[in-house]
Design a protein. Sequence first.
Length: 301
Amino acid sequence: MSLRHVEVFNAVYQTGSVSGAARALNVSQPSVSKVLRHAESRIGFVLFRIVKGRLVPTDEAHILFQEARELYARVESLQETAKNLRLGAGGSLRLAVLPSLGLEIAPDAVARFHADNPTVAFEIQTLHNGDVLRSLYERNSDLALAHDAPHHPRLVSSKVGSGELVLLFRKTDLPDPPDLVPLDMLKRHNLIRLSGTGAIGTLFTNNIAGGQGAPASIAVQTYYIAASLARRGAGIAVVDEFTARASLSPDMDFRRLEHRPAFDIHCVHLEDRPLSGSAKKFMSVLQATIKTARQANGAEA
């Protein structure tokens, strides 16, 4: 199938009719019908059948659409990049970030970068750890911001900062806390547990769980959900310092833990897709943003 075939097939599948596809593509109905028939003759099977006056995709069309949708999305991305370059833009940057880093760190960095580079287009998505790395493999993102430094021959990572796990709590649940909270203090409270096999989940298991605290009645994989539960009085939560900072309010506070368990933050990209100049500049801004945030959190930069 040619790209023209894919374009017409995609339009007919999504609109459900030849007339709808013609309007979407701004061409005549006979033109759509002709391209569709030519596509079917090239691939050797029927894509649509008329059932009770309606155009219905075949089973083969449903399968083909999943592949065609991804291809068409890449074509649209190519067109958008070409448009940006034609307008003198610095291109585009598709960024995948963990939810905890998407609360303040990534938005702050993007805002700083965009102020000086307004012609660079951004596409930002928040994904869980495993999905972030998969988005690189599948080329749905150009650069990923994650806690793990992946050990994979196709991936390259650069450390851009670090952070700590801290204790987030309602002030009424933990009055007059010390500056550094000892782990045995957690035994007297309901602890919202971080689950998962990512860097922070492993850090929690090794440094905070392990028999130190009371059995947790709630386990979460997303740290802003842990923060939301703590805000509603479900318990005290161990989260990353950036989530804690974004959750501060007159009723909420956080403290560092006695052992100060730390984690790294990495920018990751595919080895066979070297970073553009814009991406490298963004990484520098990101590094400065993390440093500033840590200083605001009272941590060492």
